[in-house]
Design a protein. Structure first.
Length: 291
């Protein structure tokens, strides 16, 4: 009689979870680690000069290194605005009965994608868009208001596409806080603001930090919106456009890899800074959720 597979694995000290770890690790290595290492090595193989020639060129050319600050100037305000709006909305929505309907509606901008959202904004906010036509027809403007092909066009696009993602993450953290904690504070005489500041916010801060990091990385990698709704040669020349130009216009893939490494370093540095600042607000256990 043959020994069952589960018994044989147990005799060898293995289980089904252990068997899943190896394929998952190989998948992560193949999908993330190998491309990163390949790009890192390629960035040190410039067409001319020493191994650091690409990085020297990047940090010596204002047209290149200014893309870091321009991208941060877009990504950080968008992330902060989405987070500041998502928290009070999530606090209100968690008491609603139709949470699923509202969350389903908010998922629509995510499914449309940045390109379709950009095309919609051009139809609504462009020089011949509905908004400008309405403003001119109502006598509120003599000429079309410039809301696209500049900083604000990219800003609005990132808010529309990024807010649902930020809100859904925030809502998941908010609904995980036990309402009994706030009820106890109310019984002790604490007002709504005091309960939020001393009970909800400390418990919510670890989740908000993670939400900020994920939303920031999403906004920092902006590319279609910066091209379709911004000024790619001006104030919205983000670092992804610089990498695209090096790769597909100059055909310098080593330089494009170096720009991508700088882009990754800026993202990782911001994420580390946010995680360190999180400890200033709350360093205790993240317990207190339901169940």
């Amino acid at each position: 009689m043959s020994v069952p597979l589960r018994l044989r694995l147990a005799q060898r000290g293995l289980d089904s979870t252990t068997l899943l770890i190896a394929p998952a690790a190989l998948f992560v290595v193949a999908l993330f680690v190998y491309p990163f290492l390949y790009g890192l090595v390629l960035s040190f193989q410039p067409k001319t000069g020493g191994m650091f020639a690409n990085y020297a060129r990047f940090f010596s050319d204002p047209f290149l290194y200014d893309t870091v600050s321009r991208t941060l100037w877009i990504a950080v305000p968008v992330t902060l605005l989405n987070l500041l709006v998502a928290v009070p909305v999530a606090m209100r929505v968690r008491r609603m009965r139709r949470q699923r309907l509202l969350t389903t509606i908010l998922v629509i901008p995510i499914t449309l994608g940045t390109v379709l959202v950009a095309e919609g904004l051009l139809n609504y906010l462009g020089p011949q868009g509905w908004l400008n036509r309405a403003l001119i027809w109502a006598g509120l403007a003599d000429a079309p208001v410039r809301l696209v092909h500049n900083y604000w066009g990219v800003f609005l696009s990132l808010v529309i596409t990024g807010f649902p993602f930020t809100f859904l993450l925030t809502l998941s953290y908010v609904t995980g806080i036990d309402p009994a904690l706030e009820q106890a504070g109310a019984m002790l005489g604490a007002r709504a603001r005091a309960r939020f500041a001393h009970i909800v916010l400390p418990l919510l801060m670890p989740g908000l930090a993670i939400t900020f990091c994920l939303s920031f990385v999403q906004a920092f990698s902006v590319f279609p919106s910066a091209v379709l709704l911004g000024a790619p040669a001006g104030p919205t020349r983000v670092i992804s456009i610089a990498a695209y130009t090096a790769a597909f216009e100059e055909y310098d893939y080593a330089m494009a890899s170096a720009i991508a490494m700088v882009m990754a370093a800026a993202q990782v540095g911001t994420v580390i800074l946010v995680l360190l600042l999180r400890r200033l607000f709350y360093s205790g256990p993240v317990s207190g959720g339901k169940g």
